[in-house]
Design a protein around this ligand. Structure first.
Ligand code: HEM
Ligand code: HEM
Length: 137
């Protein structure tokens, strides 16, 4: 068995992000949000999300966006509920744990949990669209 190392570089962050979206797009609970509701252009999206994680984990301050706002727009189309965030977190934790181990890997999970909790709570103040994937198609 190979010993897992910690997240160290931007390449590590990008590897995580790509692995995560590979699973998220296929996922029965949240996949439809990316594929059907938003029709996400993954190649355009990966550098931005990678910037987010290098900012959080490596402190390079490349991410200058406002991560919450796009989720309000998504939520208006299809209500993002607790079960969606739970699944998102499950996939993210699994993606991290399968590849890395250490302080940064822990931070990647802790920060995602905090952001997910904050997003879910803040979204309650915005009208949500239909949560039914069949209707969202
Ligand atoms: C190394 C230190 C940290 C960095 C570089 C960092 C970076 C970030 C970034 C870039 C965002 C997205 C901001 C946005 O798009 O508006 C964010 C969001 C957030 N962070 Fe951190 N963070 C750090 C530590 C922490 C800590 C210690 C906590 C809590 C104790 C925390 C809790 C949150 C929460 C709750 C959000 C979501 C806020 C929201 O939009 O509702 N972060 N962080
Ligand atoms: C139910 C859970 C979630 C779903 C379905 C979801 C879905 C999405 C979608 C569809 C976009 C693209 C929006 C667009 O550009 O049109 C997006 C952007 C993004 N998401 Fe999420 N998201 C979820 C949770 C989270 C969490 C927990 C985090 C952070 C830990 C996060 C971080 C981001 C960031 C950084 C962006 C890029 C924002 C920007 O362009 O600056 N998301 N998300």
């Amino acid at each position: 068995m190979t010993q897992l190392r910690d997240i160290e570089t931007r390449e590590d962050c990008e590897r995580l992000v790509r692995a995560f979206y590979g699973q998220a797009f296929e996922d029965p609970t949240i996949g439809f949000v990316f594929t059907d509701v938003v029709g996400l252009d993954l190649e355009a999206h990966v550098p931005r999300i990678t910037d987010f994680w290098t900012t959080v984990l490596l402190g390079d301050k490349r991410y200058g966006g406002s991560a919450f706002n796009p989720h309000v727009a998504v939520h208006a189309k299809v209500a993002l509920e607790e079960r969606h965030f739970e699944r998102w977190l499950q996939l993210w934790f699994g993606t991290v744990d399968d590849r890395f181990k250490g302080e940064k890997a822990n931070q990647a999970k802790i920060h995602a949990l905090r952001v997910a909790q904050a997003f879910l709570q803040r979204l309650q103040g915005f009208p949500g669209g239909t949560a039914d994937p069949m209707k969202a198609r």
